[in-house]
Design a protein. Structure first.
Length: 256
């Protein structure tokens, strides 16, 4: 989806559930486009999010599809304690509901309202294997491109499995937006700890990105039965790259 040159065995679930990247049209030359209001999309369907509860989300570093063998969450100790390039990131395991009853109205609708992002209603989309999955997305256009976006992958009942915040890396207040995104209101989630983690994670991601000039991912933040991860993508012709912050339940968070 972002860069498609990395190993298909490296599953960085952090990123990019379909809706978020789609809502930010024109991000890189590899990304699909989508109208968040209609749910229509273009490009490879293998970038779609997984169904509710248990199937793994695709890697942002590959469009080769899902890994059916990925069933057990790895140990959190296997994840690097600082930023690495995406090809060095280990598996995250299967994403599941963040917390029973945790829905868009608990946090995401307020986040979207604060940033004037028109968050769309959940819609069914096509996913690999002829499946239908739920997702919602919204993006804010600036100068002909979408500079901010929020997306989520819920169950049919509305419980959130994962959500993403995306922002262009050169966007004003990008750091403030990401900081707002980690104030998740997930039960037992440590907001102060998440903000502290994010500041360090962003510094490390930016430093490695400047050196490598390719997709990099941060250390993990684990709290309240969920995990957070920051990714920086790019570059591509006509693009400065972007940040993607993802929060998800299940998987590696279960082993912590």
């Amino acid at each position: 989806m972002m860069e498609d040159t990395y190993s298909t065995h490296r599953r960085v679930v952090a990123a990019v559930a379909l809706a978020a990247a789609a809502a930010l049209g024109g991000c890189t030359q590899h990304e699909p486009t989508m109208d968040p209001a209609s749910g229509s999309r273009s490009a490879d369907a293998s970038t779609a999010p997984a169904p509710a509860h248990s199937a793994p989300l695709p890697s942002p570093s590959s469009t080769a599809g899902l890994d059916p063998a990925l069933t057990e969450p790895p140990s959190a100790a296997d994840w690097p304690d600082r930023a690495v390039t995406a090809d060095r990131a280990p598996a995250l395991g299967e994403s599941k509901v963040i917390a029973p009853g945790y829905r868009a109205d608990d946090f995401l609708t307020g986040l979207a309202a604060r940033w004037d992002i028109p968050l769309g209603e959940p819609r069914l989309i096509d996913a690999p294997g002829g499946r239908k999955v739920w997702h919602f997305a919204g993006g804010v256009p600036r100068n002909g491109e979408r500079q901010l976006a929020i997306s989520g992958v819920p169950t049919e009942q509305g419980d959130i499995i994962t959500f993403n915040c995306m922002v262009k890396s050169d966007q004003a207040k990008a750091g403030v937006f990401l900081q707002d995104c980690v104030g998740t209101r997930i039960p037992k989630w440590d907001d102060k700890g998440a903000i502290t983690w994010l500041k360090t994670a962003k510094e490390q991601v930016d430093a490695l990105y400047v050196k490598e000039r390719r997709q990099v991912v941060s250390s993990l933040y684990l709290s309240g039965g969920a995990h957070a991860l920051l990714l920086r993508s790019g570059p591509a012709p006509g693009s400065v790259g972007m940040y993607t912050l993802t929060v998800a339940g299940g998987g590696i968070a279960e082993s912590s």
